[in-house]
Design a protein around this ligand. Structure first.
Ligand code: ZN
Ligand code: ZN
Length: 185
């Protein structure tokens, strides 16, 4: 899904300035990797970023893509997020946010809004240390995958969470899920 042009421009300017300030030369190839990762909210894998950059820069190497992504991650401009396959996905949204992952097709999307108020920090976490940031990854099945087999439901949540109201686009019904899939009749 393409991001707003203004947000992409803001990210590219910020990432470029941070790279320069850290002493990295902003080569054409690095800039194109920055543009590719900054221009999407689909959390691409490194090889998808490589494919995207190669359309514009045929001489780009996978090594350059990995190094640039590593540099951006080291400077805190992108985060690595685990996907369904274990391959790292790259996220240029540096604001704290939560994710929804479809375990069937790998769709990984930011959740709109701050849902921290929906969460209770488990006592076990408080015993280990002071919690300063909460990132929630909800895993399940996206509407498109659910529509293809008649099931609608995210099937598991990694943290205790209050019941969430979701509407199923496939069946036009509003329903409540806690942590189990539901099949429409
Ligand atoms: Zn899906
Ligand atoms: Zn994200």
């Amino acid at each position: 899904m393409p991001l707003g042009e203004e947000e992409v421009r803001r990210r590219v300017a910020e990432f470029s300035a941070t790279l320069r300030a850290a002493g990295f030369r902003l080569t054409h190839q690095r800039l194109e990797v920055v543009r590719e990762v900054a221009g999407t909210d689909s959390h691409p894998e490194a090889d998808q970023i490589f494919d995207g950059v190669r359309d514009r820069v045929p001489t780009i190497s996978m090594d350059t893509v990995y190094r640039t992504l590593g540099t951006l991650a080291g400077l805190g401009m992108v985060n690595r997020v685990a996907g369904a396959t274990g391959a790292a996905r790259y996220d240029a949204n540096t604001a704290g946010h939560h994710h929804f992952l479809c375990t069937r097709c790998g769709l990984l999307r930011d959740l709109e809004g701050d849902h921290t108020e929906d969460l209770r920090i488990p006592a076990a976490a408080e015993l280990l240390g002071r919690v300063s940031r909460v990132e929630m990854r909800l895993t399940g099945v996206c509407h498109a995958c659910a529509a293809s087999d008649g099931i609608c439901a995210p099937s598991e949540t990694p943290m205790a969470m209050s019941a969430t109201i979701r509407s199923c686009e496939a069946h036009g019904t509003e329903w409540v899920h806690v942590n189990e899939g539901r099949r429409h009749e």
